[in-house]
Design a protein. Structure first.
Length: 446
């Protein structure tokens, strides 16, 4: 939890507890800050812990597993968490990952601290300038990030409240603005609140973050996301995602959303490469795995999609999105019995959605009339989540008019799923319809 990161970080074993220098930077572990001349930057505690670990092993390549073991002992963390810490350190040190001077990435190895460390006893330039630490801002930022990861409506509203407090306390806190942009974007994508309002707020926070720190990858992603999902500005969005990848090649979210953008534009091979990169940076992320599966299905690689789903579900059972993707993967392969058995295994689990299970089971069992009756029961249920699934099921059983009504519903809600319309094999049966081309034009994809 966020609370475990709120204390200054010392190093295990009594090593390097005092201040030390890396090049012309003064590192002050007990204060979680680095200083140079009149410039002072505060580090999050875990980022400082990663720096301390690299410093203890200077001139050595420290593997990702070793870093995670030393910085997060007895805790399972993803590579994405570690990569974020490395990204934070590079930003703080103004270190270009393409031409590093402080932290070097060793391909398939780990990381290495490049300059030697020197403790302050060997230097005479003191403790650095005094600085207001904005401890309340940092605490609210950490709480906001923690609440964001819970991804419920209530937790996202709490995240917004914490992050608003953070930027009110420290109006130059660029990462807090970027996190605020992410919160508003996720609220919009989840359909929790009016998407127009949320994306406008997300764009404003992203632009503020970029004004404060144009070298940050996160606000570039947040702004590009709003341009893609809300404004349908595909060229500008792609450029924003690519800029983020250029600034931080190890920022998995940038690769993920670039893959989404490319897949929506039917550049499937490129999308698969970006999705694979995102997944390699964070192999246990369900979101990144789901993106890869969608790209593989769009390319007709149904078997590979099944393999990714099964691999992830073994690691993280009862993951709803992947369970549904696995059922669809079997269906597209013509393995209808496996699809039905998977649906049966989902009953009573966290993945269950009674209405969706009933419709999909009827479809996969070849009971078209029953599926149509179930779909007719949904008429007028505008409060239903996931209109894309209902559009897809309607298309499968030949209910074309109803499928387009659900697609119109998804478009009006600015549901991100509709952006992948042209790449989703579930809508193959609608492609000959003039309304399909008209919808793609509305999405500015044709």
């Amino acid at each position: 939890m966020w609370g475990t990161d709120s204390e200054p970080v010392g190093s295990p074993g009594g090593e390097m507890r005092g201040d030390f220098h890396i090049g012309d930077w003064l590192v002050q572990p007990q204060l979680n800050r680095i200083c140079r001349s009149t410039e002072t930057t505060r580090l999050e505690p875990k980022a400082m812990a990663v720096l301390m670990c690299l410093a203890r092993h200077q001139d050595e390549v420290v593997t990702k597993e070793q870093l995670k073991k030393e910085v997060w002992p007895n805790t399972h963390v993803t590579n994405h968490v570690l990569v974020r810490c490395i990204s934070d350190l590079r930003r703080a040190f103004r270190d270009d990952p393409r031409e590093p001077k402080i932290i070097q990435t060793i391909s398939r190895g780990g990381y290495r601290l490049m300059p030697p460390t020197v403790d302050t006893a060997s230097r005479s330039n003191g403790q650095g300038p005094p600085v207001h630490m904005h401890a309340d801002a940092v605490e609210n930022y950490l709480k906001g990030r923690y609440c964001y990861e819970q991804r419920s409506h209530a937790s996202l509203l709490r995240a917004v409240a914490h992050l608003e407090k953070a930027v009110a306390t420290d109006p130059r806190f660029a990462r807090a603005y970027a996190a605020l942009a992410d919160c508003y974007a996720l609220i919009a994508q989840s359909g929790f609140e009016n998407p127009d309002f949320c994306y406008i707020r997300s764009k404003a926070a992203s632009l503020k973050a970029l004004n404060l720190d144009h070298c940050g990858a996160e606000p570039h992603v947040s702004l590009a996301l709003a341009r893609m999902c809300h404004d349908l500005e595909w060229d500008e969005a792609e450029a924003g995602f690519r800029k983020a990848v250029e600034l931080d090649p190890e920022y998995a979210c940038a690769h993920h959303w670039l893959a989404f953008c490319l897949l929506a534009r039917r550049r499937t091979a490129e999308a698969i490469r970006q999705a694979e990169t995102a997944r390699s940076l964070d192999p246990v992320s369900l979101v990144f795995a789901g993106m890869l599966v969608r790209a593989l299905l769009a390319a007709g690689n149904h078997g590979e999609g099944v393999d990714v789903c099964l691999e992830m579900l073994e690691l993280r059972p009862a993951s709803p999105d992947l369970e549904w993707l696995l059922c669809e993967s079997y269906w597209y392969q013509g393995k209808h019995e496996q699809a039905r058995l998977r649906l049966k295994s989902m009953q009573g689990s966290e993945c269950q959605d009674g209405m969706r299970l009933a419709v999909y089971n009827a479809v996969f069992s070849g009971e078209t009339d029953k599926a149509i009756r179930e779909l007719h029961r949904l008429v007028g249920r505008v409060e239903l989540e996931d209109p894309i699934s209902w559009a897809k099921a309607s298309a499968w059983v030949g209910e074309t008019d109803r499928a387009f009504k659900w697609l119109d519903c998804a478009f009006e809600r600015k549901d991100t799923g509709v952006l992948l319309l042209d790449a989703d094999p579930g809508f193959t049966g609608l492609r000959s319809e003039p309304r399909f081309g008209a919808m793609l034009q509305k999405l500015r994809l044709h």
